[in-house]
Design a protein around this ligand. Structure first.
Ligand code: AMP
Ligand code: MG
Length: 408
């Protein structure tokens, strides 16, 4: 049996290096950009209108500008509408004095016209447009390149591709993006007592719903991985081996077994993995929960045998698997933060304990306290937890002392 620090070190030594691949921009959602991305084109690409209205020549309407001390300004200026510029269909005609071009938001401003008068400031009668109010030359026109010009750096390597960045990439014609790929995982849930969670009707005596499968799948997604295969295997060598073979055939990077990794007569994951050529890196860690954790490798394929108890599976994933997936995705680990404990924490046992804690605020002091449900079968304790605190064997932490909290 090894201790937690050694186990973490062995997992770290086997982190897969982030691998840049070309992905469709849409498919790269949530991935980390692996290259700097320059602007291909000016933005906006052409001068265009910011309003629905009429595009005019400022010199034709400048007479409407209020001149304090003079009341010679007319009430309106009449212009002749000579055409229209619509989004996607520019006005191609020539400009002429005392004319206006109907224009829509986003439509190109026609050559020779320099100002847009919003619809609300005009009155149209047939082909005649009466301009009632004006602001200044160039009003309501978005200029080509005012946001950025071709060649400037738009997005930097290392940023996570969120929805807005997908918009920026695709708006610039970057259909493909170099991003760090998600690790491909297979989840093999073991246990003859387990039924799919969606199975209708009452469960037979002794049966349980598989909650680890859906939970681990969600954890993989949250950690920037991708589950490409998922199995529910009974406690026989044949079912274990068939699932493992299919997972290996799919070329996954990571295999997550759940259950069957302890020392009982029906715990077959270790022998199944060994028979398939996996070498054990470690089995059993001096920790609670999750003592029977298995970590093995075959070539570039990594395998974790997570204990079946839902809390153990979650905690082992959070502590050992999540950092590995995030690393491979090119992402920084969420930093562990320190908080004062709001009540004494004590680990009277001889194994290190990953205690589930929740953040609370008491009289303006933000701290953490242990959740009541600490049993490794009590998943509700994890669902309420904001973090995990590693308490070494025998540790006693008194109220107000700082502890490092691993976010879950
Ligand atoms: P094992 O590690 O296979 O001995 O499983 C330990 C216990 O965890 C089992 O007896 C079940 O009560 C529970 N368990 C195992 N696998 C799952 C699962 N996929 N979903 C929910 N509970 C499970
Ligand atoms: Mg089992």
């Amino acid at each position: 049996m090894i201790d937690v620090a050694t186990a973490l070190e062995l997992v770290r030594a086997n982190y897969p290096a982030p691998q840049a691949v070309l992905l469709a921009a849409e498919a790269a959602h949530g991935c980390v950009l692996a290259e700097d991305v320059p602007a291909r084109e000016d933005s906006p690409r052409f001068d265009n209108s910011a309003m629905d209205g009429w595009c005019v020549r400022w010199d034709d309407v400048a007479v409407l500008v209020d001149d304090p001390g003079e009341d010679s300004a007319p009430e309106s200026v009449a212009l002749r509408q000579v055409g229209e510029s619509r989004a996607g269909t520019p006005y191609e005609g020539r400009s002429a004095a005392d004319t206006a071009v109907r224009i829509s938001t986003g439509a190109p401003t026609p050559a020779g016209y320099d100002t847009v008068i919003p619809q609300e400031d005009c009155r149209a009668e047939g082909e005649v447009v009466y301009v009632l109010r004006v602001r200044k030359r160039g009003a309501n026109i978005r200029l080509r390149g005012e946001e950025f010009t071709a060649g400037v750096e738009l997005l930097r390597r290392g940023v996570t591709i969120n929805a807005a960045r997908i918009g920026v990439l695709t708006g610039q014609g970057h259909a493909l993006t170099a991003a760090f790929r998600r690790l491909r995982a297979a989840i093999i849930i073991t246990g003859s007592e387990l039924r799919p969670h969606w199975q209708a009707g009452a469960l037979p005596p002794g049966a349980l719903r598989d909650s680890n499968g859906p939970m681990l799948r969600a954890l993989v997604t949250e950690a920037s991985g991708e589950t490409v295969k998922q199995f529910l295997a009974g406690d026989t060598m044949e079912e274990h081996a068939a699932a493992l073979d299919e997972a290996l055939g799919a070329g996954v990077d990571l295999i997550l077994f759940s259950g069957g990794v302890s020392v009982g007569p029906h715990d077959l994951v270790r022998s199944c993995a060994a028979a398939a050529g996996f070498e054990t890196i470690f089995w059993r860690v001096d920790q609670k929960p999750g003592k029977p954790l298995l970590f093995a490798r075959r070539g570039s394929t990594l395998l974790f045998g997570l204990p079946g108890n839902p809390v153990s599976a979650h905690v082992c994933f959070s502590v050992y698997v999540r950092p590995l997936l995030l690393h491979a995705a090119g992402k920084a680990l969420p930093a562990a933060r320190s908080f004062p404990v709001l009540q004494d924490l004590h680990n009277p046992g001889r194994r290190a304990v990953f205690m589930r804690v929740a953040q609370r605020e008491i009289n303006g002091l933000v701290g953490v306290e242990a959740l009541r449900q600490q049993g490794s079968h009590m998943l509700s304790g994890v669902s309420e937890a904001t973090g995990i605190v590693l308490l070494p064997a025998g540790a006693r932490i008194t109220e107000g002392e700082l502890v490092e909290v691993i976010p879950v």
